[in-house]
Ligand binder design. Sequence first.
Ligand code: TEU
Length: 579
Amino acid sequence: MKKRWLAVLLLSTMLSTEKNYAQTTSTQKKWWKEQVVYQIYPRSFKDSDGDGIGDLKGITSQLDYLAQLGIDIVWLSPHFDSPNADNGYDIRDYKKVMTEFGTMKDFDELLAGLKKRGIKMIIDLVVNHSSDEHQWFQESKSSKLNPYRDYYIWRPGKDGHAPNNYTSFFGGSAWEKAGPDGEYYLHYFAKKQPDLNWENPKLREEVYSIMKFWLDKGVDGFRMDVIPMISKDQQFPDLDAASLTHPEFKYTFGPRLHEYLKEMNSKVLSKYDVMTVGEVFGGTADKTALLTDERRKEIDLAFSFDVARIGRDNWKQNNWTLPEWKAMFKTQSDLDSYHWPTVFLANHDNPRMISKFGDDSPTFRIPSAKLLAMLLLTQKGTAFMYQGDEIGMTNYRFTAFDQFDDVEIKGNYKQVLASGVSPEKYLAGLNKTGRDHARTPMQWSSEKQGGFTSGDKSWLAVNPNYKEINVKADLENPNSIFNFYKQLLAIRKGNDDLIYGDYKDIAPEHKEVFAYTRTGKNNEYLVLLNMSDKKVNFNIDGKFKNYKLVIANKYEKMNTVHSTVVEMEPWEAILYDRN
Ligand code: TEU
């Protein structure tokens, strides 16, 4: 008896040692690997009361629309009480709903309405920082002796200056002097977003209690905002010159990050059947993989920014090539069976995917939007859609700075111009990279304000192309982008070969065509995407002969592969399968 216990003890110690993993596990099936997430940015989705700001009741009014589309999980961007310095990514009260968005009752109704339709919901967990209007910060700021002082990161200045040269993503120093003691607090983002001090165990317990509060309401998990930033190097060393333009690589993966995530997992997440996806802004592929290795018990999934942000250098958009982009998808799918990738091309911090990766001209908007839909839903990984992409919404053409709302642009404006960049050049850059492109209101119909609000104004202008690009028009047209998404989502649902099948890029060096296979136990898929505005004769291996058409974005396409050359139209996307 004693011996048996000793053996069990020994075995469990071995299993819990980080490097001593059991070798038997392979890719485990999980609901969150199979399902498709749809991100809602509540401010811009649907306004129910005419104040020009989207709200929870507005979302609830469109649940049948989401069910009709066929998505499985909604990711709701922050809905918590906030003074909106950064549209809700600055939280004043984590257990209260933002007044503009409604009440807790509205939240409960939204959640119940989703559940009724079999749709899950994950919410945003923004705990690298809070709002400066959070009660914790008000207390913390009031005195060095206040019990909440250590909820935030305070340091004395150096020779009358900030404690070090850290810069904020939203302009200027990352330190701000405040309160009666003349100390500085740290804020990686806006001044109104002071960073929380995770070194303090009391703060960590507060975060876990917030998580439990929402999980006990029935939410199905979290998207974790800039999660690798929560642990900081307590020495706060100056940034070297090279890091000053991209400090995110120094602000992430601090010494205690993995310890904190393991604690969060054991104290909270492990007690629920939920999914977590971390926003990994500022991480290399190797470091990111540590977060999502299922044996380490930290988080399930990570957004790596490589794919969505290719070529982006702050507000500038540099050129990139298709082979470079393809290599990034490969890196993710090359991960071993203890990891699961994500596929995302856009969110509320990035330009519209059609404008960045497709072609938003009148000729090619529809085929390129459908091509990107096929890419998103046939790659290996949990797919994340962003609101409006299902109807092919495009970037807004900004012509003046006062048309922007974004704190990032407002905060950096002076600094960028002072560095010698002309306003025209900055504007041209922002027209490619700006975060507000994705935040213009959802276009529901050709009525005024695109049917987003009954009011005369919306918080950010509706894209003037709403008369042509809107939900109503897409629902009425069987060949619309919406209906293409719907078909693809139906093809993918429950399709283990397409979900778990191996990924192989069959032409990694091809400059126009993205071509890959997904090989499962029962079937093999061949995906051909011509990502150019030229006709391309694409050579494929003889082994694909007799593969049959599943779906394509041009309807006259041949039904079966007859030769080793596929003549592809500009932006043509074709999905074939073997069976
Ligand atoms: O985003 C962090 C992020 O990746 C970018 O927005 C980045 O800060 C910026 O583009 C740097 O140039 C998350 C949220 O998604 C974003 O909306 C918030 O503004 C930010 O964190 C702070 O909470």
